[in-house]
Unconditional design. Sequence first.
Length: 387
Amino acid sequence: MLPDEGSTTHPTRVEDTAHVGAGSASSSVTGHAASTEALRTLMQAGVRHVEAHRMHDSRHRLGTLGLRVCANEKVCGETLSRCLLPLSGPPDLGQERPPARPVPGDLVVHVLCGSAPPWQSPPPWNLAHTDHRHLERLHLCERGTLSAFHDHDRRFWFILDHTARVGLFWLADAIDLPFWEAAAPFKTLIHWFLHAEPMAMLHAGVIIEAERALVLVGPGGSGKSTTVATWLSEGLAVCGDDLVLAEPGRTGWHAHALYDSIKLAADGALPIPAGMTAAPWWTAGDKRVMRCTDIRPAALASAAPIVGLAQCVITGKPETTLLPQPASHLLKALLPPTVFLLRGREANTLKKLSAMVRSTPCYRLELGTDRKVLVDTLRIWLQQVQP
């Protein structure tokens, strides 16, 4: 599967241990199982390389769970950990459980960078074609024990062993690190990891007032991030932007911050609030990325109970209005962009999001252009709404 520790030759192809004929249904099933085992072996070899050459080791908060990140390249590990939440992080608001601590059952992600010792480049895909998702270079074990994705153009692998709760991010070179990974690291691995957990990852932003969370949903460009940014610029707390976690509890669903980052388009429909322009930022595609805690140290809350789900709609009018709407409309605004960002295990995502939408009040948030009116309207609503 991989060359010897001291070798600089290219690893053998994954198919060397996975290829079988596809002339019958039984051979296809056998081939898929063989591919699963080949990928598991590949991941285990990559993990051993990281452990033997570890230059970065950090521990983070993943909702009510923990996350450990190990890497064989120091700068790459630090870049990927920059927007993850530390264990001793911001406060939980109205939480039912204590802060997370790493335990053996939490997720461990190993980052193997081919441009650092032991100088191992990721192998190509070359698996036997035994499933229609292989057209996407996506391999999903039917029993839910292993998931893998290969990006041919950017030369990296994501592999997760669900049983061992260990993931591998294997990239060819640190300079090839996809820009979105710095702002939302390991989102694919975390999404797969949550397959067996009650938590779900959402494409959403969360604003907080009076220890209550309003989840903002909608496609890109609908005003979610700008509303979160406006909230931040007014000195108020948020629980994440773009990707957040939600978990059911005894008294309803709770939102959990996943990343300490916010992404804003400089030429968006609503301009970046003036109070945020001085914060350090970096470019991710066509957007600026900032850490919420760089804007204000106490800006990010780890968790808060959800009192509503709101579909964001930009109206161009001065006033902001929050109106009840059917759960089916909210689900249509939440599910497609979430599934688009998070590949694999879509049926499980639908099941979790449907349960959340059915049990949580749903609204249509018509966003106005007057920032003060927007903030005042939502603050008053959050202060008065019954949990």
